[in-house]
Write a protein of this length. Structure first.
Length: 580
């Protein structure tokens, strides 16, 4: 038996035994029902917020702003503490949030000019307030736009602000966004797009001392947002406490308080939900092994429920930029093709998702309406070690003699040294070990480097992997970062998410069409061509769609899980309620 598969099964057995140690809470009379497709309306105003929800999430946020210096997985917090101009419900229909209505060409709030420039006008709800009671104004959006466009600040994601030519505030309740070019979702800006910043708290600091602006306590322990919950207490290293924002724009949320604990270990997360210490855990903290135990020996008894979805893609990025210890061989398409052919995705799915994931061939969600058309256009790289060896030989990396122990070398006798970088957590180490073994089997001198937890927010380090990086993202156009716009540079403090620095003029052009064309047919063809070209060039190597999970106590009603339209399970947290 493959040692990695064996260790996976031993982990499951160990987790099952954990049930005896932690025990279980008393079963509820019936599991909660799934909210309706139109979930996401205002909370009832006839009854006030009540009940306390305990959540465990794996990573403590660097700060609570949705764009300033944040890393992956922080979107969960943003829906708790912030509001956005719009959001999208479970049906995929845009809904106004801070805005009174969705701008359309019909109501005159979305103007498309003959030269391709545009103007969208957002009219704000007049009852919108910051958590400290200060009215939210259009000037807070203008200030946010200025900050997000500032090249001296550690802004992780500058889209779609980079497509804007300006943001103005004709009055306190009108935000006018001017666009340099067409942008298809210009009338439904949502997380984390053009999020307002409290001008009354931070503008003076920005004007007087930009060097320390991004590190002000107003981003952390003194955070003031506009969301359904306000920050009451932040204990570094332990957790947060949030309390209902009674003046929230859509009415008070249904929950009175939320306690968010920081717990990074998946098995500890499982123990906490099974013992009743917390009411909800979810991916990325919880993995398939833990979810399987909870499903089989806990949810089956009616003590809780599991939600499963596929919204994250695991892929390998290749380094196209000269960095320390750079292995430039990965810029050879044949080498990249060989790496994909040498990777046993079935083994990865078994170990990392307990067979619940799906193979991936492109950076697109399975639930996307264009998914079938994209799938038909892709170049495939099935598991085929022989084909991998032949491609390496074509690229000049030949084995001196047949056999699994022989390393491939170039004409100078140098081995093909490839270091696979990845972060810890869940089954990442097992996943990386399988891939390293796969690549060694075809003659590559592969090794695994686990990025230390203490350095996972070091953007310069993360952008300096020497050959291959194993990582994940949401496979949506909003998260498609393999363009010149997202290149990590010293000038931008390495915030660009295109860490492998792959880009071509063709990809840039197709992506621009895909996100900006207002002609549906042209946009559709651009999306298909974008993914077809990416699969041919292997700018990145898609591996599989991870299985994501939400595990909750039966007494908690409201969570749906992540959808194709909103990142983070907490996107409708204002709808959640708990029965004591």
């Amino acid at each position: 038996m493959d040692p990695h598969l064996k260790s996976h099964r031993l982990l499951l057995a160990g987790l099952a035994g954990l049930l005896v140690v932690v025990g279980c809470a008393s079963p509820s009379s019936s599991p909660p029902s799934t909210p309706g497709a139109d979930a996401g309306g205002p909370a009832s105003k006839t009854t006030g917020p009540r009940g306390s929800l305990r959540i465990a999430w794996p990573t403590e946020p660097e700060n609570l702003n949705s764009k300033i210096g944040v890393g992956g997985g922080m979107h969960q917090f943003h829906w708790v503490f912030d509001s956005f101009l719009t959001y999208t419900n479970a049906n995929g229909l845009p809904q106004p949030m801070l805005a009174r209505e969705i701008p359309t060409q019909e109501n005159g709030d979305w103007v498309v000019n003959p030269d391709g420039t545009m103007v969208t006008t957002y009219r704000l709800r007049e009852n919108a307030r910051w958590h400290d009671g200060t009215p939210l104004t259009a000037g807070d959006f203008v200030f946010g736009y200025e900050v997000y466009r500032d090249p001296d600040l550690p802004v992780r994601e500058r889209m779609p602000e980079a497509l804007m030519s300006g943001v103005t505030a004709p009055d306190d309740h009108t935000v006018v966004v001017m666009w340099k070019e067409p942008y298809v979702t210009a009338n439904r800006l949502t997380h984390p797009q053009l999020a307002p910043i409290p001008r009354h708290l931070l503008e003076e600091k920005y004007r007087s001392n930009r060097a320390t602006f991004a590190f002000a306590e107003e981003w952390t322990v003194a955070y003031v947002g506009t969301g359904p919950f306000r920050l009451e207490r932040w204990t570094p290293g332990f957790g947060l406490v949030a309390r209902a924002h009674m003046d929230w724009i859509l009415g008070p949320p249904k929950l009175q308080t939320i306690e968010i604990r920081f717990i990074s270990d998946p098995r500890t997360l499982l123990a906490n939900i099974l013992s009743g210490e917390v009411d909800l855990v979810n991916s990325p903290g919880i993995g398939a092994a833990e979810a399987s135990v909870a499903r089989d020996q806990w949810a089956a008894k009616g003590e809780g429920y599991i939600r499963t979805w596929h919204r994250t893609i695991r892929f390998v990025a290749f380094q196209f930029r000269e960095v320390p210890s750079w292995q430039r061989a990965v810029t050879d398409l044949r080498v990249r093709q060989a790496l994909l052919h040498a990777t046993d995705r079935e083994a990865l799915l078994e170990v990392t998702t307990h067979g619940l994931g799906l193979k991936a061939g492109a950076f697109i969600m399975p639930s996307d309406p264009l998914f079938p058309d994209v799938e038909r256009a892709l170049t495939r790289y099935p598991y085929d070690p022989n084909r991998a060896g032949a491609l390496l030989a074509e690229a000049g990396w030949r084995r001196p003699q047949p056999g699994a122990q022989a390393q491939a070398a170039n004409a100078q006798g140098e081995a093909l040294n490839l270091e696979l970088w990845t972060t810890g957590g869940g089954s990442s180490e097992q996943e990386g070990a399988i891939m390293v073994d796969n690549w060694r089997a075809v003659g590559i001198n592969a090794s695994l480097f686990m990025i230390p937890a203490a350095r996972q927010r070091d953007q310069e380090l993360r952008a300096s992997f020497p050959s291959v990086n194993l990582t994940s993202r949401f496979p949506t156009l909003d998260d498609f970062v393999f363009t010149s716009t997202h290149l990590p540079t010293a000038e931008a403090r390495w915030q660009g998410a295109n860490r492998g620095s792959f880009w071509t003029a063709d990809i840039d052009q197709l992506f621009t069409l895909a996100v900006s064309s207002l002609r549906e047919g042209e946009r559709r063809q651009a999306v298909i061509a974008l993914h077809k070209t990416m699969s041919e060039m292997l700018g990145v190597g898609p591996l599989y769609y991870d299985a994501d999970f939400l595990i909750a106590k039966s007494k908690l009603k409201g969570p749906i899980g992540e959808t194709a339209f909103a990142g983070g399970v907490s996107w409708n947290i204002f709808e959640w309620e708990i029965s004591e």
